[in-house]
Design a protein around this ligand. Structure first.
Ligand code: GLA
Length: 691
């Protein structure tokens, strides 16, 4: 898919021609391996040892200077580049490619001290001060100018350096301050609204300001949704989410355009956080602006399904990039230090985590960070070179992973093919979790991941894509709780069933327009015709309440559901499961509507795990989709396909027991050949180049 096609439904953003820029770091061959490298934290002797150890580990790319602004420019206009010049030369001499940062990710103290007006603010007016990182308001023209100057200085200095392979713009843009409520943001928000709506009357209409006397007479009177006596206008909140994502993207675009003008042939990226908990940025909207997609991922210590959440994140990253290979820019060799209780990785877990990303399309595996810091806020965060030095499991794992990635060089450029898509939309995520809703407990991501887990457990390869994406190639499309949907995206989903595919939509979907106005006449609004049902009222459940639902046919059995139920009537569909008890006893909970040669299923309730499993099983059967190959529980199986007809079967054993699957071909990791039966040791990985 062409770079500019990544998000067909997104409003076009100003885009710079990408001519001449291949979508991969220049000069990087084989799979990439490395991490954030912060030599400014270390004396010369350590820096010399670093390069030796990188060679030993097989590192071929590092991200440099991400947090180096204060070291590079210790006072305004005074630059100290000698150490970085030397480092770039040394890395080049060692054959290591450099993803060079703009060094803008944390403004130096002299800047925030001299210009406190660039600091961002919370909704309650709290100013986020210096002393941490990312203490800037991207919309403040003074900060923007300083950042552009720094990017210009970096680009001019290193434009001809042979180590330069990729630009790494800022770092995790929006990570700490996804929403800034400062005066600078307020002013930019007003301009964005004026452009979006054209007139104040159009804004009043969209925001429904006849309610609670909120009618505006001028754009000048509008503020971000700062802390107010009660709920802020929901459309104002939603537009502020849209604006904030675009403002952060605009900051990236400005830096990118600056770099592009000086180094037109060097590809440009910024690292996304497409994973649990990060909902601030609409990465489907951002994707077309990057030459190569890169993502950071950290597993949650308290999540027993963290390897499944990892797979979801990787599939989402691949979907954001339209299927192209992507860079895993950061993950961790072992424990992180920013969760309430952090977890040291078990033997084999780091390799499995890394190769699970590769299985799902990552062609580069990188870490935060190369050498574990001795000081500062991340000194207890694991790294490729741990505090303990060479005599450690972590270093042995680092070296072993480097070898594994060299062995896997043939998979580079191959892609994942899926018959199932799950649609995922950041705007729907924002809107579905706004306040003033039937329940405050609904979590969009949880619903998506609960369904995804069942696909993962069955070894079904799934693309996580925008609802406006090309869905024509999928046999099954799953639509988790798509509260907000445009007419065009709803039609795009309906077309799947009309041409013979299977669609599953879950509760509280299709409810509102992009303006957050309810689609009248009964829920699920935009999907009513497709699903052949009409819901007249929601019945949300209390924390202690559950209901039971019994199904027939493919959903035979009795299942428990919680949080959400709906009084749903059939208007063409057939009931597959009905409520056994509660206020809705006898009424449908799951329905199936025959549409053309396809079908459209609706789940009007939130099932607990067994019901979710049965539901996913039923729609897979309806669509005729099975897992990649049969595999025991806890064994992950993913296939990548090469353009030349080659295929690579990744088998990751997440269990404590030996496992067997049917596979034939060369195990690229061990060099042994599987002829029909493949046995994988507990916790181990095999990658079979299939014959
Ligand atoms: C983020 C940042 C890194 C580092 C890691 C720690 O991903 O980009 O600088 O703070 O988190 O996990």
């Amino acid at each position: 898919m062409a770079l500019t096609d990544a998000n067909p439904s997104a409003t076009p953003v100003s885009s710079t021609p990408l001519g001449g820029v291949a979508g991969w770091p220049t000069g990087l061959t084989g799979l990439g391996y490395g991490g954030d490298y912060n030599p400014e934290q270390w004396p010369q002797a350590t820096r010399l040892e670093d390069v030796e150890m990188m060679i030993e580990a097989g590192v071929n790319i590092v991200s440099v200077a991400i947090f180096a602004w204060a070291t590079l420019e210790p006072d305004e206009g005074q630059y100290e580049f000698g150490w970085l010049d030397e480092m770039m030369d040394r890395l080049h001499a060692a054959g290591i490619r450099v993803a060079l940062a703009t060094a803008t990710a944390s403004p130096p103290p002299w800047l925030t001290a001299r210009h406190p007006e660039i600091l961002p603010q919370l909704a309650d007016g709290t100013v986020l001060g210096q002393g941490g990182r990312q203490s800037y308001a991207v919309t403040h023209p003074v900060f923007r100018q300083y950042a552009l100057t720094m990017a210009t200085v970096m680009a001019e200095r290193y434009k001809d350096h042979p180590a330069l392979a990729l630009w790494h713009v800022d770092n995790e843009i929006g990570c700490h301050v996804p929403r800034d409520y400062s005066d600078a943001a307020a002013s930019a928000f007003r301009s964005w609204l004026a452009e979006r709506y054209g007139s104040i009357d159009a804004l009043n209409e969209a925001w429904g300001t006849a309610f609670w006397s909120q009618r505006y007479s001028a754009f000048e009177d509008i503020l971000p949704p700062r802390t107010a006596p009660t709920y802020a206008n929901p459309t104002q909140q939603l537009d502020f989410d849209r604006f904030s994502s675009r403002a952060l993207l605009g900051y990236y675009q400005d830096l990118r355009d600056t770099l592009r003008a000086i180094t037109p042939d060097v590809p440009i990226t910024t690292n996304f956080m497409a994973s649990t908990g990060t909902k601030g940025m609409d990465y489907f909207d951002w994707a077309a602006e990057l030459d190569v997609i890169s993502n950071d991922h950290y597993t949650g210590a308290d999540n027993d399904d963290r390897h499944i959440e990892l797979a979801f994140s990787a599939d989402l990253t691949r979907g954001i990039g339209g299927g192209r290979p992507w860079i895993l820019m950061e993950h961790s060799t072992s424990a992180v230090n920013w969760q309430p209780r952090n977890r040291t990785k078990a033997p084999g877990e780091m390799l499995r985590n890394s190769l699970a990303h590769v299985a799902r399309g990552a062609d580069s595996v990188m870490f935060f960070q190369w050498r574990q810091s001795a000081a500062g806020a991340e000194k207890f965060h694991s790294a490729m070179v741990p505090h303990a030095g060479r005599d450690s499991d972590v270093w042995a794992n680092t070296v072993a992973l480097g070898q594994a990635l060299r062995d896997l060089a043939p998979v580079q450029g191959s892609t994942v093919r899926s018959r199932v898509a799950m649609v995922f939309d950041y705007e729907a995520w924002w809107a579905s979790e706004l306040d003033s809703h039937p329940t405050q407990e609904l979590r969009y991501l949880d619903q998506a991941q609960a369904l995804y887990k069942q696909l993962w457990l069955r070894g079904v390869s799934t693309d996580v894509v925008h609802p406006g994406a090309d869905l024509s190639g999928y046999d099954l499309v799953i639509v988790p709780t798509l509260y907000l949907v445009s007419d065009a995206d709803a039609a795009n989903v309906a077309a799947v069933a009309e041409r013979g595919g299977t669609v599953l939509v879950t509760y509280f979907s299709g409810i509102v327009t992009p303006e957050d106005h309810v689609r009248l006449g009964g829920y699920p609004g935009a999907f009513r015709d497709l699903l052949g049902v009409r819901t007249e009222e929601f019945y949300t459940l209390q924390a202690t309440e559950t209901v039971t639902v019994s199904g027939g046919g493919p959903l035979a059995g009795t299942y428990s559901a919680d949080l959400w139920t709906e009084k749903t009537h059939l208007t063409g569909a057939q009931a597959v499961a009905v409520h056994d008890d509660g206020a809705l006893a006898g009424l449908p909970a799951v329905t199936r509507n025959a549409v053309g040669s396809g079908s459209a299923w609706y789940s009007a309730t939130r099932f607990e795990e067994a019901g979710t499993a049965a539901l996913v099983e039923a729609v897979l059967a309806d669509a005729g989709v099975t897992g990649e190959i049969e595999a025991p529980a806890g064994v992950e199986v993913v296939r990548r396909h090469g353009a030349d007809g080659a295929s690579f079967l990744f088998v990751l054993n997440h269990t404590d027991a030996e496992a067997s699957v049917k596979a034939s071909g060369l195990d690229l990791l061990t060099g042994s050949t599987a002829t029909g039966d493949l046995t994988i040791a507990p916790g181990a990985v095999a990658v079979i180049q299939e014959s």
